[in-house]
Design a protein around this ligand. Structure first.
Ligand code: 5AD
Ligand code: SF4
Length: 532
């Protein structure tokens, strides 16, 4: 599966959720785009240096990784598919739920050196290029004094020796921000720890490592700047992600994001629009505007564009055929956004509007700043749009104090709204969050039971909704070709996955008309009936 926003069965199960999907290096089908081979004039070029970058978590992280890759490529680094082949190994991490956060420590464990920590520190201290974890060998053949790359149960099946020398290992993103220098204690072979609010310092941090610094950190969150780079190494040649607002000021009581990504900072509209124009000229036809609360966008420039005005301006750029935005916060979702969608067919008929719970009491405990009724008013705005808008949401089950009655209110909300997609999660207690201290924790088993019931209910809703689409024709941006002859796949404007047949030889990147012949709960099957 590519970097799509579609939800599979396992996503409903909370195991393949957006924050916990396959690493970008495996899920990304494309490695073209605005990629830059080689270094920029006048830059220090570490000859033949390579990096491996694995991304966990949300689309914001995916896009941050594209920018981090851009920074490294501009310095002369080349991206490789396997950590064994890399001089620099970077993990861009997610800490939204405990399971996601644990993943990076298991990855770091795979890179644990066999020698004692003092031995390693001694060696590393003397190394000319900073912290280097020496020679990596499969654990079985490890020798004292060597660092080991454990055989891991990982799709890349890393087993191979990099007999050629040391590695620089870095932890980026939300776990980096949350754990800070504590990561050096848990994994002394790490040499770079940098949270997303400090990414603008990354080129400097990398230069320090190249110059021989043992350990470098970027952990400030008190910045009002956003991370802009000259070069972003985009993974998909048609859909471009653009972060328009970073951080979050909402303070939901269960959420680590305000701590890990810092306060809200919006990017100036002129700079966003300039990048959109460049991307359109480079052949990208779909823009996805990103932010934890994308619709809380507050233009810092004199132009003071509202979010809905920015959406419209992006939609009007020549060459842009689709505009998406995620994630919206219900409190800041106004009718001007629906009016913009109505006025511009280029703005996709898809809105992700996380509700979290159908119970006003739980919403209050979560500090979501709206009631069930207020949320349903926003849904009514969407349902009143001129064309059908596909609506998806996030739900947390088993929040502390959630009663059976509260949970039933969430189920009845699903019935009432009739979502096209639901990302459901078991509540996970996170460090520093106010909900950590709340009474009446729900046992894990009960959380699991509620999640299963919710998934069943939503599966049935999706099955019925998708079946109603049989016989309709949709425009599809083709982004995948199956090994099976005449089989293609793509996404509709509503972001449904469409698998379809066509005898055409080349369709990737094209917009085509596809008639639905059958429906599954998470995707549609169709046949191409024309081009657009
Ligand atoms: N436990 C479970 N789910 C969480 N989310 C955020 N924090 C937590 C947590 N502590 C979910 C919310 C959010 C999505 C990105 O992740 O549903 O919308
Ligand atoms: Fe977390 Fe709430 Fe901000 Fe979303 S709006 S990132 S759930 S604090």
């Amino acid at each position: 599966m590519g970097k799509s926003f579609d939800i599979g069965l396992e996503q409903l199960a909370g195991t393949g959720v957006p924050e916990e999907k396959a690493p970008a290096s495996e899920s990304g089908r494309y490695n073209v785009g605005l990629s830059v081979e080689g270094a920029q004039p006048g830059m220090a070029v570490p000859q033949g240096q390579t990096f491996y970058l694995e991304t966990f978590g949300c689309q914001m992280n995916d896009h941050d990784s594209e920018k981090v890759a851009g920074v490294l490529v501009a310095r002369g680094y080349r991206q490789v598919e396997r950590p064994e082949a890399a001089k620099v190994i970077l993990y861009n991490t997610c800490s939204i739920r405990e399971k996601a956060a644990q993943k990076v420590f298991s990855r770091l464990g795979e890179l644990r050196p066999v020698a004692s920590e003092e031995e390693i520190s001694g060696k590393l201290g003397a190394a000319s290029t900073g912290a280097q974890a020496g020679v990596f060998l499969p654990q079985k053949s490890a020798q004292p004094g060597m660092a080991v790359l454990h055989e891991a149960n990982h799709p890349s099946q890393r087993k191979i020796v990099n007999a050629g020398g040391g590695k620089i290992i870095g932890v980026l993103g939300c776990v980096a921000q949350q754990e800070g220098e504590g990561i050096f204690e848990r994994a002394p072979w790490v040499s770079l720890v940098c949270g997303s609010a400090s990414y603008r310092k990354l080129p400097q941090l990398i230069a320090e490592l190249e110059a021989g610094n043992r350990r470098v950190t970027g952990l400030d969150t008190d910045t009002d700047e956003t991370f802009e780079t000259e070069i972003t190494r985009r993974d998909n040649p048609w859909r471009a992600y653009l972060t328009i607002i970073e951080g979050c000021d909402k303070a939901c009581s269960y959420c680590v994001v305000p701590f890990t990504r810092g306060p809200e900072r919006s990017r100036a509209s002129v700079s966003i629009l300039e990048e959109v124009r460049q991307l359109a000229e480079a052949g990208y036809s779909e823009m996805q505007l990103l932010g934890q609360t994308v619709n809380s966008y507050a233009d810092p420039s004199a132009r003071k564009m509202r979010f809905s005005e920015l959406l419209t301006a992006v939609a009007e750029v020549r060459g842009i055929r689709r505009v998406r935005f995620t994630t919206s916060h219900p409190r800041d979702f106004g009718k001007d956004i629906v009016e913009a969608i109505d006025a511009h067919p280029t703005i996709c008929d898809q809105v992700h509007l996380p509700v979290q719970s159908g119970s006003t009491a739980v919403l209050r405990a979560m500090a979501r700043t709206y009631t069930r009724e207020e949320y349903l008013e926003k849904i009514a705005l969407l349902k009143g749009a001129r064309r059908p808008i596909s609506i998806s949401t996030d739900v947390i089950v088993g929040f502390p104090g959630e009663t059976e009655k509260d949970f039933e209110e969430t189920l009845s909300l699903l019935d009432e709204v009739q979502y096209d997609n639901v990302f459901a999660f078991k509540y996970s207690p996170r460090p520093n969050t106010p909900s950590l201290k709340m009474a009446d924790a729900i046992p894990e088993e009960e959380k699991g039971r509620r999640l299963a019931i919710l998934m069943d209910r939503q599966r049935e809703i999706q099955r019925v909704r998708n079946e109603k689409l049989v016989g309709e024709t949709f425009e599809v941006l083709v982004d995948g070709k199956s090994r099976r002859e005449n089989q293609w796949s793509g996404h509709t404007s509503s972001n449904r996955v469409m698998n379809f047949t066509s005898p055409e030889q080349e369709l990737l990147g094209d917009y085509v008309q596809v008639k639905v012949v059958s429906a599954m709960q998470n995707s549609l099957m169709g046949e191409m009936v024309g081009r657009t």
